[in-house]
Ligand binder design. Structure first.
Ligand SMILES: Cc1cc2nc3c(=O)[nH]c(=O)nc-3n(C[C@H](O)[C@H](O)[C@H](O)COP(=O)(O)O)c2cc1C
Length: 408
């Protein structure tokens, strides 16, 4: 098996090769939180670059619950024409194009001015940065049911717009991941306690989405292989959740790890574990592959062809690539031509881990901005400069978002 072999999903859809552009939040919505021209240019670059699958950065199912102030929202049909244009661009060179749908739960900036909802009233612990987030309110069963409907509606709208699938984001400490973790889910009702109960929201969303879209439309799930926090969602929990997902018509599971508190998706565990230096979650993925009835994709730390090939040769179905494709969107075409590029950002060795993690995200987003302006990426950007630019842009977009919400 080779990274350029096609993959047929359980629903019959064919992904032309095994390289996926992983979801990266772009913060490039237009003034109405619909896809902007910048976003179109960015995705044209990835469509031209040759990845078999493109996954959008997370798109919000509720305009009151945002992972960031410049995020795309899909909660009604108002801007469906913009989504149609976006879908057509992503698919223009034959790639599959999935919309990632998400709800932040407690991982939402307090200064967005919205109530913060989560499974339980457990605040984020990020040292000095904790105050940027509200202590959440525990969701009522009615709010939980509304969230399920919203995921299903966003998936139906994505299908109408011409995307070939959706990916339900249940990783990285966002709402569905909060429900899965015993650290953040302290509920004593049907949505908390046992793993079956903690997984209920994810499973109900998968069922609602699958019941809403056509059988040929892909439904994927991004899941943590573990939270990498003591007392959190474990690798054994992840295995059990995949067993629960088997048989629900899920076409692919993408494995990642971590959260804002423990950013394992950037290669750092907080529970004393050591992650692989490259392809951080590949061992977990191999293990999950043995019990998963759907294809498995692994994302995190992949930038060299040999590493991608090794993962595929070991039986993992797809590799997801984020950072390296932000620096070089033509990476898949280069690899196919035999050019062994391995793009990376210089490591950030700051003492404050949460700040270093933010700076890393900012340095990647800096590359996305360059690409969206039709300019060459600059991986040598100073992380401090990228972070300051990102903070200024976030402050600006936060004001815009608050005004937008007040006018609605
Ligand atoms: C700037 C940035 C934004 C991200 N946004 C998302 C997102 O919206 N949804 C998601 O599932 N993962 C997101 N991620 C995580 C990536 O999908 C991926 O799991 C992570 O970057 C590790 O892969 P990499 O080492 O190839 O970058 C983001 C990562 C970065 C750097």
């Amino acid at each position: 098996m080779n990274v350029f072999d096609p993959l047929t999903l359980p629903n019959g859809a064919v992904i032309p090769n095994r390289i996926a552009k992983a979801a990266m939040e772009e913060n490039m919505a237009d003034a109405d939180h619909a896809p902007s021209e910048q976003l179109m240019r960015l995705y044209q670059a990835w469509a031209d670059g040759g990845a078999g699958l493109l996954i959008t950065g997370n798109v919000m199912v509720d305009s009151r619950a945002m992972t960031g102030p410049g995020g795309v929202v899909l909660e009604d049909a108002r801007h469906l024409d913009r989504f149609r244009q976006w879908a057509a661009i992503g698919r223009s060179r034959g790639a599959q194009f999935w919309l990632q749908i998400n709800h932040p739960g407690r991982q939402m900036q307090a200064n967005l001015g919205q109530p913060t909802w989560a499974p339980s009233a457990v605040p984020l612990e990020l040292g000095k940065l904790s105050k940027l987030f509200n202590t959440p309110q525990a969701m009522t069963p009615e709010i939980i049911e509304e969230v399920i409907r919203r995921f299903a509606r966003a998936a139906a709208l994505a299908e109408q717009a011409g995307f070939t699938g959706v990916e339900i984001h249940a990783a990285h400490g966002y709402l569905l991941s909060q429900f899965l973790s015993p650290l953040t889910n302290r509920r004593t009702d049907a949505w908390g306690g046992s793993l079956e109960n903690r997984a209920r929201l994810l499973l109900d969303i998968v069922k609602a989405v699958r019941a809403t879209v056509a059988p040929g439309f892909t439904v994927a799930v991004k899941l943590n292989s573990a939270d990498f926090q003591r007392g959190g969602f474990t690798a054994e929990d992840a295995r059990q959740v995949v067993v629960l997902l088997n048989g629900l018509g899920v076409d692919l599971v993408e494995l990642s790890g971590g959260s804002y508190e423990a950013p394992a998706m950037q290669g750092q565990a907080r529970d004393g574990r050591t992650l692989a230096r490259e392809a951080y979650f590949v061992e977990f993925a191999r293990d999950i592959q043995t019990i998963a009835t759907m294809p498995v994709m692994v994302t995190g730390g992949i930038r060299r062809r040999a590493v991608a090939e090794h993962a595929i040769a070991s039986g993992i179905d797809m590799v997801g690539i984020g950072t390296a494709l932000a620096i070089d969107p033509t990476l898949p075409c280069d690899w196919r031509k035999g050019v062994e590029t391995a793009p990376a950002l210089p490591p950030i060795t700051w003492k404050s881990k949460p700040l270093a993690s933010l700076a890393n995200m900012a340095a990647v987003k800096y590359q996305l901005r360059k690409l969206s302006q039709g300019r060459a990426p600059d991986p040598q950007v100073s992380p401090l400069r990228a972070l300051i630019l990102q903070q200024v842009s976030t402050a600006c977009r936060t004001r815009q978002y608050r005004r937008w919400m007040e006018q609605r």
